[in-house]
Design a protein around this ligand. Sequence first.
Ligand code: TRP
Length: 334
Amino acid sequence: MINDKKVLYSAMQATGVLHIGNYFGALKNWVNLSDEFECFYAVADLHALTIRRDPAELRRSARNVLMMYIAAGLDPEKNCIYYQSSVPAHAELAWIMNCFTYIGELNRMTQFKDKSAKHADNINAGLLTYPVLMACDILLYQADVVPVGIDQKQHLELTRDIAERFNGIYGDVFTIPEAYIGKAGARIMSLADPTKKMSKSDENQNSVVYVLDDKDTVIRKFKRAITDSDSQIIYSEDKPGIMNLIDIYCAATGKAPADVEKEFDGKGYGEFKLAVGETVADALVPVRERYAQLEKDKAYVDGIIKENTEKASYFANKTLRKVQKKVGLPERIK
Ligand code: TRP
């Protein structure tokens, strides 16, 4: 608990510009949580190093994600927004917790298996220990809840296992975090292949809509979205393309799928796609405008980063010192 509130923790990797899957699936839903929770949102730049990155691009990506948090509406006075790498406690705790995590547990992680297959020429130790660092992100802030997508659930389970193991030996050092089940974020699929998640690494750039895409681009991409040869706008697993477009439309408007079916009853795919494109483009306008302002106001953003890094460090160091003491490392002489 901080300020009588439960602690909420989440992060996104610093991988390039964000798309509407990141926005409607996560970011937009984070905005209203700060009344109920004390929220920490990191830009996971250390995690991003598990895949070979161009240094300038990584630096740009990290700043881009951080500014996108603010542009999406997270108030940096109420939400602690910071770079993971700027709080050294993450890396320090990660070493210690590596010693409390079994290789067998890490080998079983499906994301490790997937990423190893995808990057067979660079199966580095960081790729394996990735979930330990993620566990430390969460545990350092004694987080009660963690909003995560389905692909990160297994990592959260492991976080709980590691924390319980440690607490079992040393007493109650860590809060055991739970998955946050709030209003489910939309799971947004590729516009070119609605059986795959929308991904910025997709070769077909028409399949992914970026938050910073301009209106014409957004509309063009939706016009090209893959549907089926039928013409009815029905929310059904048999029609994954239309289902995805309905999900996106619902995410942008707050409507329910049944309302959308009614709204477009008897109308064609062309008209529906145009409506989705225009609605999404309009929903992104305020985010894009705020982002453009932040890009111009370097001093303001730097100030936020500085303040929030200090705040994050304070809480993280408190937990780290406790852990260091528990395991028997010497006290630091100031
Ligand atoms: N691994 C997460 C992802 O790829 C990002 C992440 C890093 C994270 N640290 C975290 C998410 C802590 C939640 C909590 O999406």
